[in-house]
Design a protein around this ligand. Structure first.
Ligand code: HEM
Ligand code: HEM
Length: 188
């Protein structure tokens, strides 16, 4: 038998599912609020995004310390490569999204809140305090472009990732999904 983990640690599992649910919700809310100019959602979007940054940094640390999980079955080389590339894009995306969001907001002169506390305050215009002044408009706009493009790239990768997880579960009938749900699995 290969040296493969039959069961994931509670940390791997709770980090995976908390980041996964928050990312899917933030992608949906981000697109909804931008399309509909629903500014009442911006504060919550930013606050939960900051939480993702903290969780994602712990996740990267965890991956560096423990390495990537090995596949729960025997697959073709291209399947391993695709899964690995998608895992990299997903994990990097969970860092790039909050960082670009924070840079976009703060450089655009807006605030970065954490549920009511301003981690970075808005840059109010001293003459018209209801208006804000960009701290660095070009950098803010560049970060906004990155936030949008990486957001859509992530949606495509998440679709592939979920399709892969379902293929393992339904077609290959292996323990990939069960292991990420915390179950101990048999490896042939
Ligand atoms: C309903 C949605 C999801 C399902 C069913 C799912 C399922 C899984 C499964 C079964 C694995 C284990 C793969 C293996 O053993 O090789 C896994 C790993 C992984 N997933 Fe997901 N996933 C979902 C959403 C997400 C989202 C939204 C992200 C990030 C944006 C994500 C990021 C990752 C990463 C980086 C790994 C590699 C292992 C790790 O770092 O913990 N997943 N996922
Ligand atoms: C961490 C995960 C995050 C995800 C997955 C995410 C996702 C998204 C998406 C998909 C959009 C729509 C982009 C568009 O159509 O232009 C958006 C918009 C936005 N996001 Fe995020 N975001 C995250 C974190 C953050 C953070 C931490 C901040 C700021 C602190 C932030 C600030 C914003 C703002 C201000 C907009 C609206 C941009 C506009 O009005 O053009 N986001 N987000």
């Amino acid at each position: 038998m290969k040296d493969i983990k039959q069961q994931f640690s509670k940390i791997t599992i709770s980090l995976h599912w908390s980041v996964a649910l928050l990312m899917i919700a933030l992608l949906a809310v981000g697109i909804y609020m931008t399309e509909n100019k629903d500014y009442s959602l911006y504060g919550l979007h930013k606050s939960f995004g900051v939480i993702v940054l903290v969780l994602a940094l712990s996740r990267v640390y965890w991956r560096m310390k423990n390495g990537w999980p090995q596949a729960a079955g025997n697959y073709k080389a291209w399947e391993h490569t695709l899964a690995h590339v998608v895992h990299w894009v997903l994990i990097l995306g969970t860092l790039i999204m909050p960082v670009s969001g924070i840079v976009m907001s703060s450089m655009g002169g807006h605030n970065v809140p954490l549920f009511g506390i301003d981690l970075i305050p808005a840059n109010h215009d001293p003459v018209n305090p209801q208006d804000t002044i960009a701290r660095n408009a070009e950098l803010g706009e560049l970060a906004g472009e990155i936030h949008e493009i990486v957001g859509y790239l992530l949606i495509a990768c998440i679709v592939l990732h979920i399709a892969g997880a379902l293929k393992h579960h339904i077609v290959d009938k292996d323990g990939t999904l069960l292991r990420m749900k915390g179950k101990r699995i048999d490896i042939e």
